[in-house]
Structures are given as structure tokens and as C-alpha cells.
Design a protein around this ligand. Structure first.
Ligand SMILES: *Cc1c(COP(=O)(O)O)cnc(C)c1O
Length: 463
């Protein structure tokens, strides 16, 4: 190498060092934030005026780009880990999980195959096997961390349909004109989205008066649609209300008729880690596939969905991609995560949860989930007592839905806008049977009863 080349390398490495320092310093500051700012969305014109022009031929350098992000772009993103963020499903990653997410990026791990990422895949499997045991699945169960519940549900349903097709083929039976997936009317929108992608029909079954899907209603639909049904989806905690279907009675029906049972526990199934809640989820041990999102109630950063199969071979048969350049991977008997869902290249996105679980231990997790369950019950009691407020239903998990008497949808929206403007809370109006309502989704261990009663106090005022 010429002297000039060596100098250039030297200069480059100084610059690289400083870039990495600047970025890691900022990441350290953000992970360690004590009072996370809630922040708020900016409109495109404002961002256009403040932040456009960052992509140039010569580059702006790390200091300027980081400052642009820290001062302009980051404040235009809601902090989903703010204790007053109670809309949708909040996120509350442990510091350990957030910090380790940086390690996953730093390590250039290919998480799709055992050959390339065995150490990472092994650690992810430790977590998946622990979850499978908690849910009562048999020893052979296993799975993969997918991007989110939407892709997890899609992957599970693709596996279920493939299994049904293979069974028909083995028995010499023709496939139905159109396959059908059965779920409740309260099932998450991602089930209908998956059905759209798969071009299958969704048969929605009415829930009982308790808002839960029950086996008898499922049986009626299965008997009417017969062999067209390739899967039943039970929800282990609806997103809107946190309602857990009657999984045991549904499982009895699907087992009896040999139909695939998928349990969508993206939000709620984490609650099963609290011993007194196990009975609420009874029957999940009979599921053929299950999902739970660590980025929801398992305190991992975005994005991760743990997808588990009772018999992972069914998933492998459905999902393994075959190509000449992949033969060297797929012709081995290895555990390749990419064979188990709709993906090939994958980030080892289960590692932040693995690290945090290894650091803190599972008791810590059970206690943190218990905090959300307890807080939901406590604030429900407060709402019951307060004049002008009423509960829409008793919370089963950590979602509390209630109304403020006398307010229109516009009033709720104006109040919600004010809460965000004041940087107090992010609570968006929802609706139930056409009636506008408010909804607290409680995940974050830093959310306290004071946080919530303080928000309720503001409902006494004009919107
Ligand atoms: C959030 C959620 C999903 C979708 O998960 P994403 O990670 O947002 O894709 C699916 N089902 C239920 C019950 C959910 O709560």
C-alpha cells in the first residue's frame, strides 16, 4: 500500500471512529433518558422547511446528521415508551433489551440459517422453548421470531392451509373451491389482511354476551362449512378490550374435527406468565400455532413476534424456499429460522428479549406484567366511582375502556389533541358499537396510578 493509501485509511478510520462515537453517545443518552419526552407529530411542511436537503453528494458528516435527528426528526416521533403513552399498544422495552438491540446491529448476524447464525439462533430458541413450555405446548414445539403479529398470523395461516392441502392430497380428496378461516368478529384486523393475501374467505363467528368466542358457535360454523375450513383463530386478548376467547371450548371443537387451531396472543398472551392468569388461557396448550409479540407486553424493542408451532415440521414444509444458491442450507438437517415463516433474510430480532430475560430472570417479567394487570383493575375501580365516567366493561387484562358522559366524538378528539399538546398523555378516542369511548392500554411499568388519575382529572373540564 502506498503511503498515500495508508494515510487515507488512517484518516478514514479516525472519521469512522468519531462517527461511531457520536452515534453511540446519542444512543446512550436516549436509552438512559429519565424523563422521556412524549413529543408529537410534525406536519410535512414544517419538516420540509427544517429537515430537507440532508442527502447531498458530499455528505453532511456525522455530527450534523446526528444533530438533525436529535433536534428535529426525533422530536417529531412519539415516544411510545412515555408513561402517558396509553394509545394502541404502548412499548416499554427494558434498558437491557434496548441496549442489546444495538449489539444485534453491531454484530452483522444473519439470523435466517443455523449455518450462519447458530449462536444467535440457539439463544432465540432458548426463549422460544421457555415460552412454549409456559403455554403448555409439548417438548417438540418450536418457532421463530418474526417481524410482528401481522406477519406471524400470516405465516401461521399459510402453514395451516398448506397442512390441510397436504392432508387432502394424501387422502385423495379435492381441495374446496375456496378455503375458509374462522375467527370471531373481534379478531385482529391482521387476520382479515392475511386472508386477503391468501385469497381465502373469513367466516366471522359472533361472540357470546361476554364478548368471547365460544366452542359451540365455532362448532356450528365448522359443521356448516365442513372441509372448507382450514383453521380457526382464537384471540388471546383482543387489542381493543383485552378479551380472551374461551380457548378451551374452541380447542375441544377443533380437536374433535381435526382442524388447525391458531391462537393470536400478540398482545395478551404474555399475561399467561402471571400464575393466577393461567386459567384464563386454558386450552392454549392444544394450539397448533401461537403468537405473542415481545414488542408489546414482553418489554422488547420494536419489532418482534414470537411464532410457535406445535409441530415445526408443518411450517418447514410450507415455508422453506428452494433455490440453487440455497441448496447448501436447505439440504442440511439444520434448524433454519427462515424456513418457518414468510421471510428469508432475517435480523436475529429475538436476541434483545433473550439478553434481557437472561439478565433479569423470568420473575422480573412476571412482576412487570402483574403491574399492568393490577393497575388496570385499580383505575377501573376509580372510573366506577367517578361521577361522569363509566366503564364500558370490566377489564380482563390491561386494557380499560370507558366513557365520559355527555361528550361527542369531536369532544373526545379535542381533549385528546389537548393532552398531546400539553405533553401529558397520548390517549386517542376509540369506538365501541358506534359509541365514541376512551381506552387506556397499560403496558409500561413506569405508568402509575397517579399518571392515570391525573389524566382522568382533566376529563372533568371542558374538552
Ligand atoms: C397487535 C396485534 C396484532 C398485530 O401485530 P403487529 O405486531 O402490530 O403486526 C395481531 N393480533 C393482535 C391480537 C394484536 O394485538
Amino acid at each position: 500500500m502506498t503511503a498515500r493509501g495508508a494515510d487515507a485509511m488512517h484518516a478514514l478510520s479516525d472519521q469512522t471512529r468519531s462517527t461511531v462515537d457520536i452515534v453511540l453517545d446519542y444512543a446512550r443518552r436516549r436509552v438512559m433518558f429519565h424523563d422521556v419526552p412524549l413529543d408529537e407529530p410534525a406536519d410535512p411542511a414544517t419538516l420540509g422547511a427544517q429537515a430537507s436537503g440532508s442527502i447531498t453528494a458530499g455528505g453532511m458528516g456525522a455530527a450534523a446528521a446526528t444533530t438533525l435527528f436529535e433536534d428535529i426528526l426525533a422530536p417529531a416521533c412519539l415516544s411510545t415508551d412515555h408513561p402517558g403513552y396509553l394509545a394502541f399498544i404502548p412499548s416499554a422495552p427494558t434498558k437491557a433489551a434496548s441496549a442489546f438491540d444495538l449489539v444485534v446491529s453491531a454484530s452483522s448476524i444473519y439470523g435466517g440459517s443455523w449455518m450462519e447464525g447458530s449462536g444467535a439462533v440457539f439463544a432465540e430458541n432458548e426463549v422460544l422453548h421457555w415460552l412454549a413450555a409456559e403455554f403448555g405446548l409439548p417438548a417438540g414445539a418450536g418457532g421463530v421470531f418474526m417481524q410482528g403479529g401481522t406477519i406471524g398470523n400470516l405465516s401461521a395461516l399459510v402453514t395451516a392451509r398448506d397442512a390441510a392441502r397436504r392432508r387432502n392430497r394424501a387422502q385423495g380428496i379435492d381441495d374446496p373451491h375456496r378455503w375458509v378461516v374462522v375467527c370471531s368478529q373481534e379478531a385482529h384486523s391482521s387476520v382479515a389482511s392475511a386472508a386477503g393475501i391468501m385469497d381465502v374467505e373469513v367466516a366471522t363467528v359472533p361472540t357470546g354476551d361476554d364478548g368471547r368466542l365460544h366452542g359451540d358457535a365455532v362448532a356450528a360454523v365448522l359443521d356448516a362449512r365442513e372441509s372448507a375450513v382450514f383453521a380457526v383463530v382464537a384471540t388471546g386478548g383482543t387489542t381493543n378490550f383485552g378479551i380472551v376467547d374461551d380457548i378451551a371450548s374452541i380447542a375441544a371443537v377443533t380437536r374433535d374435527r381435526d382442524v388447525w387451531l391458531h391462537v393470536d396472543g400478540a398482545y395478551g398472551l404474555a399475561a399467561m406468565l402471571v400464575p393466577r392468569m393461567r386459567t384464563v388461557f386454558a386450552g392454549v396448550e392444544h394450539a397448533d400455532s401461537v403468537i405473542v409479540d415481545p414488542h408489546k407486553w414482553l418489554f422488547a424493542p420494536f419489532d418482534a413476534c414470537a411464532l410457535l408451532y406445535r409441530d415445526p415440521e408443518q411450517a418447514r414444509l410450507a415455508h422453506t424456499q428452494h433455490a440453487e444458491y440455497l441448496d447448501t442450507l436447505t439440504e442440511r438437517p439444520d434448524w433454519n429460522p427462515s424456513d418457518l415463516g414468510v421471510q428469508l433474510t432475517r435480523r436475529a430480532r429475538g436476541l434483545p428479549l433473550w439478553f434481557s430475560l437472561a439478565v433479569h430472570g423470568t420473575d422480573h417479567y412476571r412482576a412487570a406484567i402483574e403491574h399492568g394487570l393490577t393497575l388496570a383493575r385499580q383505575i377501573a375501580d376509580v372510573i366506577r366511582e367517578r361521577p361522569g365516567l363509566s366503564l364500558v366493561r370490566d377489564p380482563q387484562l390491561s386494557v380499560v375502556v370507558f366513557r365520559r358522559e355527555g361528550w361527542s366524538a369531536a369532544d373526545y378528539q379535542a381533549w385528546s389533541d389537548r393532552m398531546l399538546r400539553d405533553q401529558r398523555a397520548f390517549v386517542v378516542p376509540s369506538s365501541h358499537r358506534g359509541e365514541p369511548v376512551l381506552r387506556f392500554a397499560i403496558i409500561n411499568p413506569l405508568t402509575t396510578l397517579d399518571t392515570l388519575t391525573g389524566i382522568l382529572d382533566t376529563l372533568a373540564d371542558e374538552p
